[in-house]
Design a protein around this ligand. Sequence first.
Ligand SMILES: Cc1ncc(COP(=O)(O)O)c(C=O)c1O
Length: 427
Amino acid sequence: MTSEQALALLGGSKTVEKPFSKYNTMGVAEKEAAIKVIESGNLSAFIARHGEFFNGGENVKGFERECETFFNVKHAITVNSWTSGLIVAVGAIDIEPGDEIIVSPWTMSASATAILHWNAIPVFADIEENTFCLDPKSIEANITPYTKAIMVVDIFGQSANMLEIMEIAKRHNLKIISDTAQAPGAIYNGRHAGTIGDIGGFSLNYHKHIHTGEGGVIVTNDDGLAEKCRLIRNHAEAILEDRPEADLTNMVGYNFRLGEIECAIGREQLKKLPSLIKKRQDAALKLNDGLKDLKGLQIPRVEPNSTHVYYVYSMILDIEETGVQKEKIAEALRAEGMAAISTKYVNVHQLPIFQNKIAYGSKGFPWSADFCKRDVSYEKGICPIAENLQETSYLGFGMCQFDLDDQDLKNIISAFQKVWANLDRLK
Ligand SMILES: Cc1ncc(COP(=O)(O)O)c(C=O)c1O
């Protein structure tokens, strides 16, 4: 019995001997699609002028139309990263310097820095323990006269509580941007996560379920927002002179375009998304079954109206029940061969840029500017649930990256069971 064996940390043998295989989802179809683009000699058809190629070439447009069908949304707009996509989205909602956007602290930094990019001010609300996504009550408590939008992050593979968040947004006349980088294909109340608010989108970086190396896709059902996104993506400033009636708000354009090779690959990857999600969901169900009875370990919770696509398999420890701190448990699991166990995610408000309130130059801009109308706090204590998860109770397994077979899953379960059977020895 595994449980009777000595912990690897205390000199016993490892449970997980073989490193897990990493997913390689690039196959013959992606290779052929990329070669076809290379042979055409036209690796990007974009032109920053009015006309047929303002919105890209055959594969850019083809991939966008296929994303629209897949995600059941009116507009899909590709970008060269989802960080670019977030910057575009914040610009498109006509943000003004000094406006506030409420954002989750439990996310990758780009959700918040995209706000700073336009000299707007990120305000961090706390998260719900069940989903690790923004807590509607905390959103409401953080609304001020300066709040313009809510940046919802569908973190780890599951949607935020959009029914309540939409209702709050409606009541306070706020826009919603969804950062669904980690949850493409997750369903919430019958709709794709990312398509429920005003603008959303997905990352196509190489850690994600499907990827193009780097890249992103913005999605929206709003024609006006879609047009602004396309303009910001492709040098808006250069094409607006012959449109005197044009709205110039945030039309400093960029080159955030995704190329033909990436989009040709993206078209093939998109076909694989349902099966790649299913594989993670099947693996998570097996892990749930093996781990659900370990005392003091909370397996991922999936809300009744949601599906989860398991970018991260997220667990919560009850330290009073385990009697052992999470760092010690993680150390024991890593010694068993579970290298990908993490005890931390991100508390963005704790990053130096927010602690020191310096984003541009060295004098505290934008917080020091006259347009920043109040003193926004990033002190420890503003997001107690996110902070407590980070410090004491969160345990994560980045399962999206691994192509786990049944033996791997059995080994993972055995490693946890062994550590739990030996918790007394870790005290
Ligand atoms: C939640 C979240 N937001 C934004 C991003 C940024 O995406 P990208 O790497 O495509 O720029 C990521 C990337 O990991 C992410 O996980």
